[in-house]
Design a binder for this molecule. Structure first.
Ligand SMILES: [Zn+2]
Ligand SMILES: [Zn+2]
Length: 425
C-alpha cells in the first residue's frame, strides 16, 4: 500500500501485495471489510459484467457487486469507435444530481494510479439521506472529514479521464485501498490526517519467545511503519512507565502466528513489564493488566512523538522496566509474608516511583550503551542468577543487580528507613 514494491500476498483474498507485515497491518482495518467476500466474486457471471464496489445507504460495510456494461452514447464522438461503460442507470437515475469524481492518484501516498477510478454519488444526498453512510465511515475507519451520505459506487477502467475510459476493469482489493485513500483525503485538512500522509516512521518489533524459537534472531528489530498504521491512533495503549520517564511509547500487538503453539511462545516479558501499573492510587500497582500479561506475542513499539525509536533504546527500556519491577514484585511478596499484607506496600511504591524517573532512565540508558559497547560480562552477571529470577539477565551490570538486591533484601538498609518517612532521595 506504500510506494515500495510488495512481495507479501494477503492469504485471505490473494489480491493484494504488501512490502511488509507493518504495511499489511496499516491497511487491515479497511481491507478486512472486503477481504473475505472477495472470494465470492471470482466467477464473472457473464463476459459483459464488471465487478464494482458500492457503499449501501443502509449497510454497515462496503460490498462488491457485478454490473453489466452498456455502450457509452458519448463515445460516438470519439473517432476510434464506441466504448463500453458500466451501466449505473438503474442506481443513478433515481438521483436528482448525478455526479462523479475521477480518481487517478492515491491520495495518501501520492502514487499515480495505473488506471482511472470513477466514483458516482448523488449530490442531493444532504436532503435525501441526512444520515452519514455507515459503510463509508467503516471503510475509512472513522478517519473522514466529510460525512458522506447516500449511496456511492466505484468503477474503474483504463483511460486518461472519466470521459475517455477505453475499457472497463474490475474493482479489487488494491483499488479499494486507493478509493478509501480518496475518501479519507476529501476536504480533510486536519493535523492528524496530514501526519498520516507523512513518511514512514522508524519503530521497533519486540519479539516474543515463539518468534525467537522459530526464527532465531534478536529481541528488538528495527521496522519501518507507515504513518497510517493504527498504532498511531488515539486509542492505542501507552506504556505508563514510558510516559513517566518522558518517552511515551505506543504498543500494538502483532496478529498471532499460528505456529506459536508451545507453552511460553506468546510470552513477551519486557512488554509485560512496560505495562506495569505504576499509579500509586491504583489497587493494581505493580501488576500489568491481563491483556499485557498473557498472550502478548510480538509487539510493535513506536514513539508517540513519531521520532525514530532505536532498537537498542527499546531493548534497554524493556530491561529497565523489568529490572525495577520484577524484583520488587518478589520482594513485596516476601515482606508481606513477613510483616503482613499491605505492610511493605508504601515503601515498595515509593521505591519504584523514585527509581523510575527521566533522570534515572537517562543514566541507565547511558550505562546500557556503555556495557553493550564493551561487551556483556556474562560471567559477572551469572553470579546473581537464581537469587532473583530474571534480574541478572536484564541488569546492565552485576553491580546494578547487586545494588537492587541490597536495597530489597536488607530491610535494615537506611534507604528503607528514609522511604519509610516518605522522604524519597
Ligand atoms: Zn508497504
Ligand atoms: Zn485480503
Amino acid at each position: 500500500m506504500c510506494t515500495e514494491p510488495g512481495t507479501l500476498k494477503c492469504a485471505g483474498c490473494k489480491d493484494v501485495l504488501y512490502c511488509s507485515a507493518e504495511c499489511q497491518q496499516a491497511d487491515w482495518p479497511t481491507h478486512k471489510l472486503l477481504c473475505k467476500t472477495f472470494n465470492n466474486f471470482q466467477q464473472r457471471p457473464a463476459a459483459n459484467m464488471r465487478r464494482i464496489i458500492y457503499f449501501p445507504v443502509n449497510g454497515t460495510k462496503p460490498e462488491f457487486m457485478w454490473r453489466p456494461l452498456k455502450p457509452d452514447d458519448r463515445s460516438r464522438e470519439f473517432e476510434d469507435g464506441r466504448f463500453d461503460r458500466v451501466d449505473m442507470d438503474e442506481h443513478m437515475n433515481k438521483c436528482v444530481f448525478k455526479k462523479s469524481f475521477t480518481i487517478q492518484i492515491n491520495a495518501m501516498n501520492d502514487k499515480p494510479l495505473d488506471y482511472t477510478m470513477v466514483l458516482y454519488y448523488d449530490d442531493d444526498f444532504m436532503d435525501k439521506f441526512p444520515h452519514p453512510n455507515e459503510a463509508i465511515t467503516a471503510a475509512a475507519n472513522g478517519k473522514l472529514a466529510f460525512l458522506w451520505g447516500g449511496p456511492l459506487y466505484a468503477v474503474c477502467g483504463n483511460g486518461y479521464d472519466t470521459m475517455d475510459i477505453r475499457s472497463m476493469k474490475d474493482m479489487g482489493m488494491a483499488t479499494f485501498a486507493d478509493l478509501v485513500a480518496f475518501l479519507q483525503e476529501y476536504r480533510n485538512e486536519s493535523v492528524e490526517h496530514n501526519l498520516r500522509k507523512g513518511p514512514k516512521i522508524q519503530a521497533v518489533k519486540m519479539t516474543c519467545q515463539g518468534e525467537r524459537r522459530l526464527r532465531g534472531g534478536v529481541v528488538c528489530q528495527q521496522v519501518m511503519v507507515p504513518a497510517t498504521h493504527p498504532i498511531f491512533d488515539r486509542s492505542t495503549p501507552i506504556s505508563a512507565i514510558s510516559e513517566r520517564i518522558g518517552m511515551p511509547l505506543l504498543t500494538h500487538k502483532y496478529p498471532k502466528d499460528k505456529r506459536f503453539t508451545e507453552t511460553g511462545d506468546m510470552c513477551n516479558q519486557p512488554v509485560t513489564f512496560m505495562h506495569t501499573d505504576i499509579d500509586p492510587q491504583s489497587t493494581g500497582f505493580g501488576w500489568a493488566p491481563v491483556q499485557w500479561d498473557l498472550q502478548v506475542g510480538n509487539v510493535l513499539l513506536a514513539r508517540r512523538d513519531r521520532k525514530a525509536l532505536e532498537p537498542e533504546v527499546a531493548e534497554a527500556f524493556g530491561a529497565y522496566c523489568q529490572l525495577h519491577l520484577e524484583a520488587y514484585e518478589q520482594w513485596q511478596g516476601e515482606t508481606e509474608s513477613e510483616h503482613g499484607k499491605g505492610k511493605g506496600d508504601m515503601r515498595f511504591k515509593d521505591f519504584v516511583l523514585a527509581e523510575v524517573t527521566p533522570k534515572k532512565w537517562a543514566l541507565y540508558l547511558e550505562q546500557w550503551k556503555y556495557v553493550r559497547g564493551h561487551g556483556d560480562d556474562e560471567e559477572d552477571a551469572g553470579g546473581v542468577d537464581g537469587l532473583i529470577n530474571g534480574v541478572s539477565r536484564m541488569a546492565v551490570t552485576k553491580r546494578d543487580a547487586d545494588r537492587i538486591l541490597d536495597r530489597l533484601l536488607s530491610l535494615d538498609n537506611p534507604f528503607w528507613a528514609e522511604f519509610g518517612k516518605g522522604q524519597p532521595v
